[in-house]
Design a protein around this ligand. Sequence first.
Ligand code: SF4
Length: 474
Amino acid sequence: MCGFVGIIGSDAVANSVMLGLHALQHRGQDAAGLGTVDSGSFHMVKDLGMVSTAVASAATFPGRGGIGHVRYPTSGSTSTREDAQPFLTRRPGILLAHNGNVTNVPELTRSLRAKGLHVLSQCDAEPILLVLAEALTAIRPSGHTSDDVRRAVAEVFATVKGAYSVVALLEVDGQDTLIAFRDPHAIRPGVYAQRADGMWIVASESVALDVLAAGDAHNEVRHLPAGALLLLRAGEPEVRIDIAPRQTHHCVFERIYFARPDSTMEEGRVLSTRWKLGRAVAKIIEERRIEVDVVVAVPDTSRPAAMAIAEALGADNREGFIKNRYSGRTFIMPDDAARNAALRLKLNPIAEIFRGKKVLLVDDSIVRGNTMRRIVRMVRRLEPTELHLAIFSPPVAHPCFYGIDIPSEAELVAARMGRDELAAHLEADSLTYLDEAGLAAVFGPDICAACFTGRYPVKVTAQERADIMSDRRP
Ligand code: SF4
């Protein structure tokens, strides 16, 4: 999972790109990059680390077009500077970044090599860029028109498989142009808007448009259309060319876990979606006749769902954990005691919220189950009379091949255990999941929910699965 911002305006945009990237920092903390184009000259910096350090030197870059990216690798090495985005080609000059996961990278790499083009990094943005650049140069070496770009993006849609939302800067019809396209099923998110001063902004989430005052009441936030190309120039209306749209399958996990609650997706505000998911799971808790005194969210994503559940059950909703914002990543810990200490550093429970009460803990999902078991044990020491769990998604039982780091079935605890067995394994009195019907009631049919259902909207061959899993970070 990653995040990008692309801007084309009438003045230098580097600082605006940087601001947008700060709003998307939650989508990737391993590396960041920022490039601009200034009358055909490119300027770029990328490095490991957070936006504030990795791209600080880009603040003075000239150029009315810019692209920034934050990286959380789900393919390629854990992180090297070379794998950070954006990527740049010299012929023709294209600066490009994407979010998603290409599922046929080895096949693309072989076919590009046969044409004399070598993929140098382990990042799947590079093959997308090379397919695009090769298709453009096959039409003509320079002086590309909008129709050339349409044909080249059609070639990307025909050959690049998987999930990808892409933003790129190049010269089209003699002008610096920001283009954006999203895979035919629109799996990963992407939004765009035009500011009152004519500036166009494309980003992974609408919060980046908000900080740049492009997502307010006067400037409609639009979602990148499936299988379509957008050509954007400052002060001009958008040019949209539909190329290969299919039925949309937006990633439901973005809504449940990754996206910021203040972002807007196709179905509305993420905050309100999580609230609806909470209402849906509360119905199941009621049907199971589980009675609780207090509902406590495992911070941060679960708060709206916990509020909705408490309201529906007529129970108290309390903050039971204080999250340490400065604890950073939990590094690989050598033993159990160290892992418990790391969790306590990150999440400190408030004893009086739990003691002597029938408690319902709410979380977004259970992946490996290790963290949830530690949380349950930590809360048990505070002597609640009962400890129940509510998860506002169905059991995660299948890996993701489209850009979210969900591991193989072997590591997914819900792939091995049924609900009650898992409740016992987690040392909880009960476990309630949202069911598939609840998910469908909130989202309708236009979603990808393959990590819950095993029904993948873009076919992934056995060889592609094996390649992707072997490429995953440990
Ligand atoms: S498999 Fe799950 S995480 Fe991956 S795109 Fe589909 S819903 Fe999202």
